[in-house]
Structures are given as structure tokens and as C-alpha cells.
Design a protein around this ligand. Structure first.
Ligand code: ATP
Ligand code: MG
Length: 420
């Protein structure tokens, strides 16, 4: 007996309906905002992630699935989607086609984390990247898009947390003030926090360890240390969001776990998710494109976790019923079974979702099967019907039966079943 690798999961038929719905709504909403899908490989060169996400991050230090291929190249299963999108954007010259490129992606990501509820080693993200605009409209639109998407999915009780982490001008000031504040308690903070204190002090605020939390409660307000341009950007963004009717909390601790963020960071959280409460995270990354070898291009984006969206949807609704065939064909006798096999094919070609008995059971057993499928109609086709060139169509909900001549069967069923 084999089982799936730790931290992965099978998405079984009783769950897949949620996935299809999330993907469909995402495609629709993204297209209303003029986004186009981009698909990149599942593995990339390891350096791409080291350079973009940053060396002193949980992802690069501990979580990457990195391996040498048979040609001795160091490759990594993508832990996130932004770096691959930016790599592709530069490599394919998408920046030359339009001033602003809006790209989205869907697919599996890989992080070697401790598996728990809502946290997997292979998980799925759907994300958007808006490249080419430095205006706070782009940030506001991106956040509004996330909120719109979750509204459309019926995910309620979500809250938007937002912050600004400044830019290369004010970041040193922000970091210095934070270091001063944390320095007296350094010995009480965890090993990771200590390791980050000198070179990446802001990252400390992303630490999730309970022992460190009390020391973050009264950190200096980042907003007071922002440069004028960052402060103006942040104020405009908040104004636009308020005008759009989007509620938000300013969370001065929200710094996000990747190196590339500048100015805006945000997260959408749900209290239905327990400890892993973030469903969506994102922010602005104005230096990443240049850092990866492209022209200086301001950008903003987010990614949300599909597994976590499914957890919330499942809590809100009873299990989605798997889609039943509309029609079940119950033949009796060898010749009728063969003939039914061809009828089945014809009906499917005509767009009718149907199934037939493949077990040669009795009529009773076959009707039981039809009920188990929750199919709306059963077509009974025995020897006597075959002789008269008809079949009996039985409506399962009330047992009503009609005889349909075989040569009119397809037309009749298309009319009857598609009228539902
Ligand atoms: P967390 O704080 O939960 O670790 P994160 O900040 O690492 O999240 P991001 O890198 O911003 O997450 O990814 C965006 C979204 O992807 C998260 O909000 C979450 O919904 C989802 N996600 C991230 N890591 C995992 C995982 N290991 N398993 C399932 N979903 C995940
Ligand atoms: Mg994480």
C-alpha cells in the first residue's frame, strides 16, 4: 500500500466542485479587470528564488524543494508565483507590449513546511501581478479585485489588513527605530529573530512564534517613519479604499515574509481558518523587476491559497453534490445492452450527460444504481421494448413513464432534458 507524500493531499471528487467554482469565478473576475493568464513552469532555476525572495527568509532558508537534475543544474519547485511571472515578463519582453501588464496565474506551489490544517507542502495559489504602474490606484485596484473575488465566491467575514513598509529611502530609518526598540529584549526573542536583527530587522515582525509575540505589541509605528512620498502613497491608497467602500485595518506589524516588498503590504484574513488565518497576501514590489534584470518597473500583486478558500467554502455550505448524470440507461438482455451502448454514445454527442449499467444487473438493481447517481431520468430498454422499437423513459422523482420511439429518442431527450 502506498500513500501520498506527507504534506500533500488528494483532491477527491466530493471536493473538486469547490475548486472548479473558485477557478471559474477567478477567471471571470480577473477578466473584468483586464487580467490575462500566464502559465510558467513548475520548476525554475534555484537562483531565481534566492535572488527575488531573499536569502534570509523562511522560504529560501528552510522551505525550498531544491534538487540537481541529471545535467547538474540546481532547480527548485516553485515556492511562489511572483518571481516566475516576473522572470517570464522580462524574458518575453512583455514590458514592451504595454505600459501596464496585468497577469494572473493558478497552480501548485511547494514549500517544505510543517504540515497542519490549511498548511501543506504542495498547495495551490491563484495570484495576480499588475506590472508598470507606481500609482496608488494600482494598489487600490489590486486590493479591490481580491475583495471582489471573495465576495463573488460568497466568502464572508473576511478582513483586510494593510500596512506600508516604506522604500529604499525610508526603510533604513524604519529599521533603525525598530532595532532600537527591540534591542533591550533581544535575548528573549527566538534564534531566527536574533539572526535577522542586524540585516533584516523588519522580518522579525513576521515571526509567528508565541514566545516572541509579547515583544511586538508596542513597536514604533512605521507610518511615523515613512518618507513623504511613501506617506502620500499610503494616504492616497487608504482614501481610495475608503471611497470604494472597502473596510480595512491598518496593521503596523504586517511586513510579509519575502524580501521584495516595498510600500504597500496587505493580507486578507478569515476567522474561520484557525491558526492559518491568512487566505490572501500581497503587496507592492517596485524593485523586483529591475533586480531580476528587467527595466525598472513598479508592480503590485497578491496570491491566495485555494486550499484555504475551500476550507472556508466547505464550512459555509453543505458538501456540494457531485454532478449526477441526467440520464441512466437500464438495458435488459444482451442485445439491448449492446444497442444501449451505441445509444449512449449518440446521446453524449448530443450533449446529454448520461451513463448506463455495466454490471448486467436486474431492473431493480439498475434502478437502485440510477438513484445512487441521483440521475433525473432512467431509460428502460428490455426485450419487449426492443421488439416494438421503443424505450421507456422514467422520471425518477415521481415515477412518471412515457414510451419514446427509438428513432425519435435523441431529439426527444435533447428537448426534455435540456428544458430542465
Ligand atoms: P502564512 O503566514 O500562512 O505562512 P504566507 O505569508 O507564507 O502565509 P504567502 O507566501 O503570502 O503566504 O502566500 C499567499 C497565500 O498562500 C497565503 O495567504 C495562504 O492562503 C497560502 N499559503 C501559503 N503557504 C501555504 C501552505 N503551506 N499551504 C497552504 N496554503 C498556503
Ligand atoms: Mg508562510
Amino acid at each position: 500500500m502506498f500513500s501520498n507524500p506527507r504534506g500533500t493531499k488528494d483532491i477527491l471528487p466530493d471536493e473538486i466542485g469547490y475548486w472548479h467554482r473558485i477557478e471559474k469565478v477567478a477567471h471571470q473576475v480577473f477578466s473584468a479587470y483586464n487580467y490575462q493568464e500566464l502559465r510558467t513552469p513548475i520548476f525554475e532555476s534555484t537562483q531565481l528564488f534566492e535572488r527575488s525572495i531573499g536569502n534570509q527568509t523562511d522560504i529560501v532558508e528552510k522551505e525550498m524543494y531544491t534538487f540537481l537534475d541529471k545535467g547538474n543544474r540546481s532547480l527548485t519547485l516553485r515556492p511562489e508565483g511572483t518571481a516566475p511571472v516576473v522572470r517570464s515578463y522580462i524574458q518575453n519582453g512583455l514590458h514592451k507590449q504595454q505600459q501596464v501588464s496585468k497577469l494572473y496565474y493558478c497552480g501548485p506551489m511547494f514549500r517544505y513546511e510543517r504540515p497542519q490544517a490549511g498548511r501543506y507542502r504542495q498547495f495551490h495559489q491563484i495570484g495576480v501581478e499588475c506590472l508598470g504602474s507606481a500609482l496608488p490606484f494600482a494598489d487600490a485596484e489590486t486590493i479591490a479585485l481580491g475583495v471582489h473575488l471573495f465576495d463573488e465566491l460568497g466568502l464572508s467575514d473576511l478582513s483586510v489588513n494593510i500596512n506600508s513598509v516604506g522604500c529604499s529611502v525610508c526603510r533604513p530609518v524604519i529599521e533603525e527605530r525598530l532595532k532600537q526598540y527591540l534591542s533591550s529584549n533581544l535575548s528573549a526573542l527566538c534564534e531566527d529573530c536574533n539572526a535577522r536583527f542586524e540585516s533584516r530587522p523588519l522580518r522579525i515582525l513576521d515571526c509567528k512564534k508565541p514566545q516572541c509575540q509579547p515583544y511586538f505589541s508596542a513597536i514604533p509605528n512605521i507610518r511615523d517613519s515613512l518618507c513623504q512620498a511613501c506617506n502620500d502613497h499610503f494616504s492616497s491608497l487608504l482614501e481610495y479604499l475608503a471611497e470604494l467602500g472597502i473596510e480595512f485595518n491598518i496593521n503596523p506589524r504586517l511586513v510579509r515574509g519575502l524580501d521584495y516588498y516595498s510600500r504597500t503590504t496587505f493580507e486578507i484574513i478569515s476567522d474561520k481558518l484557525g491558526a492559518q488565518n491568512a487566505i490572501c497576501g500581497g503587496g507592492r514590489y517596485d524593485t523586483l523587476v529591475e533586480k531580476l534584470g528587467g527595466p525598472a518597473t513598479p508592480a503590485v500583486g497578491f496570491a491566495f491559497g485555494v486550499e484555504r478558500a475551500v476550507i472556508i467554502l466547505r464550512e459555509l455550505e453543505d458538501a456540494l453534490q457531485t454532478k449526477a448524470p441526467n440520464l441512466f440507461i437500464a438495458p435488459l438482455g444482451e442485445n439491448q445492452r449492446t444497442k444501449s451502448f451505441y445509444i449512449l454514445n449518440e446521446l453524449r454527442r448530443a450533449g446529454i450527460q448520461c451513463e448506463m449499467d455495466y454490471t448486467s444487473g436486474s431492473l431493480k438493481a439498475q434502478l437502485k444504481q440510477a438513484n445512487r447517481y441521483r440521475s433525473e431520468y432512467t431509460l428502460i430498454f428490455g426485450e419487449e421494448e426492443a421488439q416494438r422499437e421503443v424505450a421507456i423513459l422514467k422520471k425518477m422523482i415521481n415515477g412518471d413513464q412515457v414510451e419514446v420511439p427509438l428513432d425519435q429518442l435523441v431529439d426527444y431527450l435533447v428537448k426534455t432534458i435540456n428544458q430542465q
